[in-house]
Structures are given as structure tokens and as C-alpha cells.
Design a protein around this ligand. Sequence first.
Ligand code: TNX
Length: 540
Amino acid sequence: MVAALLGAIGCGSALAQKEASSQLLGLIPMPAQVEVLDGSFALGGKATIAASSKDEKNVGSFIASILKGKGVKAKEISKKGATITLSINKTADSRFGDEGYVLTVNQSGVTITANAGAGLFYGAQTLMQLFPADKSAALSVPYVQIVDNPAFKWRGMMLDVSRHMMPVEFVKHYIDMLAQYKINTFHWHLTDDQGWRIEIKKYPKLAEISSKRKGTLVGWYGDYPSMKEFKFDGLEHGGYYTQKQIKEVVAYAAKRYITVVPEIEMPGHSVSVLAAYPELACKPGKYEVATYWGVFDDIVCPTEQTIKFFEDVLSEVIELFPSTYIHIGGDEAPKTVWKESQYVQDLMKREGITDVEKVQGWFNRRIEDFLKQHNRKLIGWDEILEGGISENATVMSWRGEKGGIEAANHGNDVVMSPASGAMYFDHAQGKVEYEPKGIGRREGNATLYRVYSYNPIPKEIAADKRQHILGAQANIWTEYITNPDAVNYVVYPRILALSESLWEPAEAKNWSDFTARMPKHFQKFEAMKLSYRIPEPFGL
Ligand code: TNX
């Protein structure tokens, strides 16, 4: 009983059938298998949801709240005869892992089956996308049989809240949208030179001093900084999340099966720490929270006192974030000051280190040991490779794919996030002269098409090392992205392309089919009044 339309356009192959079905439904990311059947199930004004375990109930109440917004009252009942049946069945199909699901809609109603809560939730997300975008339309769902699971385990998006603080409500909205597109990792860049944004009880000056800066660079400095063009707004910028707020965000994400990976930058991008605790510097002096962008020579000194400081900070961070991975930054840490420091010279002699770059590796291993004692894993930007890394460290490859390829071939896990591979959403998504000012515009634009084309597995990776590529991530650095609307402008519609690059295997992607599925999502963005960017004629 495959839909008449499919027969009419004469699609013989399974792939063509899948494309035609998915276009009909507008699903993003496209599920692994979609079959559209004749007929549709009307939810009417009332629905019943069968859910019994904790995860089933969580997903059930999520579906109920969405239905409520559409004028449908949903009630939880025992298993039999419900219009929507949610079922976690560990024996369902081991191929689907924790994130796969089967969604069936037929004359008896909707059934979602999965091995675990995450899969059930993704099934529910797919169901939401089957609802008509038009709010006034009757709530009916086409008969379908969808069998789905993701290509990659790490499907991430990062948000930098240091350069510009973003309100908790917006962070929750951001998480909501990640969930809708089956992104499972929210990397929260909480600290940097321009502001420390997480309350740490043991070091109150981080909130009092490190979270505030006097003025911000507003002048455009072209692609590379040149002091003479700098203009400052002279205003105080600041803000931080209390531990209570952090817990709230982490719990909010957990309900949506999203892991929040916190990033605490060390040893570089740490001037804001020195502004409050100058004793952690190699050179005593007065430091200020940075008011402009770039790479700063003033970084923390690799002393026992500094290590203790970060261990204390991480102890509180670990309490707040259940994530296995803790991101320690590690990028852009010039050794200018370390080279001149007697303390560092002595440390190198003592440890038998001949290259100052390797001191960062020594420092990282100390932090990694600490994380290991707490059953956590270290992840850092690809510069951590330069100091030498342990076999358990995970590398986030941002300076192209080189670091990621090297690390994976060496047996380390990798998350691909190359600035040059369109994974930097702060980069322009169209012709630079028509786009808001930003950083890295010479590196090539991060157009929708390039994001869609991104394949996290470069061909240089040996076949037996592919499993080390956990997935990929898009980053939003906020030097020039100063408020929620500006974030939304860089997120939408590129999140659609990212979602599919991470959920689907590269060989299954199809640009023209994807663009045919986009308009339904634009309708949703319109309804939400999101400041999304309308892409120019597709194919750029
Ligand atoms: C490089 S990516 C940085 C960030 C900037 C970004 C701007 C990385 C690990 N470091 O500090 O915000 O470029 O695109």
C-alpha cells in the first residue's frame, strides 16, 4: 500500500522511493528508512499516551506538552488502546543502539519503539515533524513506517557565552532547537579572556571580577587586528551563571537527552582568571579582563598553585555536569611568558622536558589524571596534540582536519570541528560584503551548502581507525554575535544542514532532496518569529 504518488512518479529504486517519501514529509534529518503509506491518522482533540517507565513517561509528557500547544489534550493511560504508544524494549533491535527508533503510524495509532530513552525521544521528534506546519490544519499524521538511527555519536553545537553573555532563557531555547534536530551534545564555552561565566564557590572573585569587563571592542578591524582601528563602547559587559542556574540548564538538557559538555579554558585564554587571581601568573602584575579579541600572551603559569586552582574549579564543575567529557580548552596558549619564567625553566629541568611546548602536555596530563580519578575524560582543542597526549584524551580538531586525522590514526578519539570545513558558524554564510561583520571571513564562507557537504570522516583516515571519529560539531564564537537574535541568524538554517551531516551517513545525503524539505522548517521558523537567514538560491 505504498502511496499512489510514489507509483505515479515511477520510482523504482529504494533510494528514489525514500527521497520521494521524505520530501512529502519534510523530515530533517532524513531518517534511514521511510515508507509512506496510504492514509493518515487523525489525533482529533484528544489523545491518549501509553507510557510506564521513567523514560517513557518523560517522552510522553514532552509529547503531551507539544500537543497541548496544538489544542490537543493528551492523557496518560495504561498500555492498551492508546492513540500513542511509547515503548522502550531493550530487545527491540541492538543495531539501533541507544538513539535509534522505529516509528509506526497506522489505523491503530502511533507507536514508537526504542532501546533507550534517547531513541524514544528522537522518535517523538520525528513525530512532531510529521504534524502539519500550518497551525490551523487538523492534527493528523500520515501513515508511515520509519526505521532510524544516527551515523555519528557526537552531534554537537558549541556556544561561546564568554565573549557575549547569553541569558539562561535563551540557552534553553538553543537546547530546544538542538533537540529538534537530534543534536545530542551542547558544548558550553564558559570561560575565556573576555569573561568567566560560571560561579565557583571556592573562588568567589571569578564571579565578582573575572565575569566583568570595562568596555568592548565595537570597531571593525578587518580580518586581522590592528590596534589603530580599535573602538570601544566603554560599557560594562558581564554576567555569570549561578550554580543553581547551571543545574537548571543541565537538567533541562537531560530531559531532552542532550549532554552538556562544559569548557573551562586552560592554560591559555585565561586573562580573566589572572584579573582576579594574579598570583596564578608567572609574572606578578595587574591584569584586566580583556576588552578585545585575539590571542593573549598572558596565560596562567603551570605551577602547583595553578594546578590546585583548576582541580578545585573542576571539582565543582564535575558536581554540576554529569558529562563523561570535560573540555579543558588548550587552544592558542603562547609560551612567550613561560619561556621567560625561571619557574618553568626549573620545571623543565626537573621533568626532563626540553621543549617548552611540551610543558603544556605535562600540565594537561596532570589535569587528565585528576579527571580520571573522578571517572571523567579529557577533551581539548587540537593544540593539545603538540604537548603530547595520553591515549585516552579526545581531540577536537578545529585548525582544519589535520590534527583530527593525526589523532585518529594514532588511536585517539576525535570530534571534527574544522573552521575551514564550514563548522564555524561565526563565519559568513554568504558573500562577505552582505553579511554581518565577523571573524575568519578570509577562510572561506561557511555556506549552507558547505555545511551540508561536510563529511566528518576524511579519506586520509585508515579504515580501521574510522571508529575514532566520534562525530562533528559546529561552533558559535560570539565576538561579534552580541545577542540571541544574532545567534539565531547564524544558527538557522545551517543547523538543518549540520543535523543531516551528522545523522546521515555521507553516501545517503542528497542536496536537492534536502533543499526540497527545507521550506516546511522555514514555516516553523516564521511561526516562531526566529531571525533566521533566508538562503540565496540554492546551490551556492
Ligand atoms: C579561534 S577555535 C578560537 C576562538 C575564536 C575563534 C573565532 C578556537 C579553539 N579558538 O578563541 O573565538 O577562533 O572564530
